[in-house]
Design a protein around this ligand. Structure first.
Ligand SMILES: Cc1cc2nc3c(=O)[nH]c(=O)nc-3n(C[C@H](O)[C@H](O)[C@H](O)COP(=O)(O)OP(=O)(O)OC[C@H]3O[C@@H](n4cnc5c(N)ncnc54)[C@H](O)[C@@H]3O)c2cc1C
Length: 387
């Protein structure tokens, strides 16, 4: 069903192959993963088998070159996948991070040997990827991270802890932001790829965090105590980590924006249907002018958001999306998601507050969008700096 207010709208970058991909992804999420949603929520993490199945269907690493087992596409393909996942209501698999972010770092900064070693496993779903920047002491001020990596022969010895790490419970491969020079700020940060398939000497996963939403996705704490990482796992140059993250964060923010718009579309669809079916005072809710006005506002906000997002996606693919524009996208789209979902929930009345109705879960899931990927306050800082 097309989203009310978006009938006939096609993203300017969309080709027939994107529609085929969307159909394949939709089928996977709705027929193969969503039937397990309740069990996945109870267990608090996705099934590894679903990562492998996504790999079998060629849904992972869509923007990774084919030589490394990927789909050979670009960010538009990743955007279609993330849109379909959120729009379907599937929230267990951390694909936005695994495929939308981690593979991007490896493609951009990995050596030939590193790409051949890590990308095929991520694309087949044999290994799960994560990126760990945030620490218990703070997430917004990335320069102040304290996890340190000290060179010891051919290895680094890593000590410190990370928290709120998406896919942290299952991850086999973690891009880890560390201080290789504690006497320096940004220029002392490097990225190391930690291969942590098995917990071993010096590495431990903490508990899965008990969140208000996203119950089926594993968000974890990670602890390192003289954990040995080969120096060959350094991604890019020593001391270049902060600048690599700054270069990649616009894509991460766009990934969040794609999820935000997909959620808005879903909220408007679900609520329009409900407002036609539910009656109050002798007529369907949609027969009341106030309901129509709210839905009209939400549909308008969704359409404007979608057009803005698609412009950002097209710019990003052309290599023209600047930091302030990516921050605007993250800020505007996630604020819009929270507002639209909240207003839609109200139309469901008491049922909107029960988890049996998807709109209630969408409300809880939406809130973090204003927090991760750089908080929306930090987004305003980035935008304001460019004024
Ligand atoms: C579900 C979930 C998944 C996550 N996934 C990941 C992940 O995969 N990898 C990862 O590295 N991190 C991840 N994060 C962490 C997330 O990116 C951080 O929570 C976020 O960056 C904020 O850091 P913080 O929580 O330490 O808040 P703080 O940095 O302590 O900020 C607290 C408050 O102060 C405000 N603030 C801070 N500095 C300023 C300033 N200069 N001006 C104005 N206000 C300011 C913030 O906006 C915020 O409101 C995840 C978080 C959650 C909840």
């Amino acid at each position: 069903m097309p989203t009310p207010g978006l009938d006939g709208y096609t993203p300017p970058w969309q080709l027939p192959e994107h529609a085929d991909l969307a159909e394949l992804a939709r089928g996977f999420f709705t027929k193969e993963v969503l039937p397990h949603a309740e069990r996945l929520e109870r267990q608090g993490h996705p099934d590894r088998a679903h990562y492998r199945r996504a790999g079998e269907l060629d849904l992972l690493g869509l923007s990774v070159p084919e030589t490394y087992g990927g789909g050979g596409g670009d960010f538009t393909h990743e955007a279609v996948l993330i849109h379909e996942q959120t729009h379907s209501g599937e929230g267990s698999l951390g694909l936005a991070v695994h495929s939308g972010i981690v593979t991007g770092y490896l493609v951009r900064y990995g050596t030939e040997e590193q790409k051949r070693r890590w990308l095929p496993g991520l694309c087949s779903g044999e290994s799960v990827g994560a990126i760990a920047m945030t620490e218990p002491g703070g997430g917004s001020d990335l320069q102040a991270i304290r996890t340190r990596a000290v060179r010891d022969g051919d290895d680094y010895l890593v000590t410190g802890s990370k928290t709120f790490i998406t896919n942290g419970g299952l991850a086999d491969l973690i891009i880890l932001a560390v201080k290789t020079d504690t006497s320096r700020g940004a220029a002392g940060i490097s990225l190391l790829v930690a291969e942590v398939g098995r917990e071993g000497t010096g590495f431990r996963r903490g508990r899965l965090l008990d969140k208000i939403g996203l119950h089926a996705n594993d968000t974890a704490e990670l602890f390192f105590d003289d954990f040995r990482i080969p120096a060959a796992n350094l991604l890019g140059d020593e001391g270049g980590g902060f600048f690599q993250m700054m270069a990649q964060l616009p894509q991460e923010r766009l990934v969040i924006g794609v999820g935000a718009v997909a959620a808005m579309q879903r909220a408007v669809e679900l609520t329009t249907t409900y407002a036609k079916e539910r009656s109050a005072f002798g007529k369907p809710l949609i027969g009341h002018q106030h309901t129509r006005m709210v839905l009209a506002d939400c549909a308008t906000r969704t359409r404007v958001s979608r057009v803005f997002l698609d412009d950002c996606i097209a710019r990003h693919v052309r290599g023209e999306l600047d930091v302030p524009a990516a921050a605007m996208a993250k800020l505007w789209l996630t604020e819009g998601q929270c507002e639209v979902v909240d207003r839609c929930l109200q139309i469901f009345g008491g049922y909107g507050y029960t988890t049996e109705y998807p709109i209630a879960r969408m409300y809880a899931d939406a809130r973090v969008q204003k927090i991760y990927g750089g908080t929306n306050e930090i987004m305003k800082e980035l935008i304001a700096r460019a004024l």
